[in-house]
Design a protein. Sequence first.
Length: 302
Amino acid sequence: MPSRQQGVRVPEVCRLRLGGFEIVSILDGAIVRSTLRERFAANAEDADVAAVAAAHKLDPGPFQHPFVMTLIDTGRELVLFDTGCGELRAGIGIGDFSAALPHGRLAKLLAAAGYRPEDVDTVVLTHGHPDHVGGLMLGGRPAYPNARYVMGAAELDFWVKGNVRPACKIHREVFMKLAYPFADRARLIGPGDEVTSGVRALDAAGHSPGQLAFHVESEGQRLLLWADVAIHYAVSLANPGWHADVDDDKTQAVAARKRILDMVATERIWAAGAHMPFPSVGWVERAGSAYRWVPISYQLSV
Ligand SMILES: [Zn+2]
């Protein structure tokens, strides 16, 4: 008898309620990379990272890296935070991302979430890395044709000036090709600025020089979109002082990670990160001198 196995299938779209807002998580894609220590804890001992992996039943070597984008429907406005990997893996004439990024499925999965690309009113960029700006354009055209754009002023300035470390030169090329064309009509913001009623930017610089996190609040319910402040749910929380290879300024990134993890744990607010396990929404609790990720179950869906 032929096998009836269908292969792995995981949730890709999740719609939750935060007060009067709907929070939609969409899995742009996922890819397996190696290794946990090299990527997220270069300044750690192998044994310490292996212990964290074991405590979470994870392989200490290869790990699955998810890319989760967040859409917020405030009831009046549809706001998309970052655009995923887009067509970078297939190739847009810059670099070779085939080993680094999945094919971006965000635009396609919007339909499953109940929206059309034309429905997106605002695209907000948390920062300028390829997996966040990759889907701004598809087939050479704006992927969200009716959107207005919001970017961090410091982040834009950094990429335009071009004084980037060698490993990020290709990232700059991607930014200039896909994001810079929107810069002249974008609203440029900084920490403390409001994107729309209930959504306010917070300083999260370090992973990139102008990274912004976003505090979202509706009817007293609160969520912090921390973008890439903490990148691996187990390793980055188990020791916020460990260095992620993709953090531009390691010291500043560690400070931002500690500050934001402390905030969400102390104030007991929901968190969502672009690389947290789908649907990327969870809770951060203190564990000794560090933290632990507690994934959401049904709290925002009842
Ligand atoms: Zn990222």
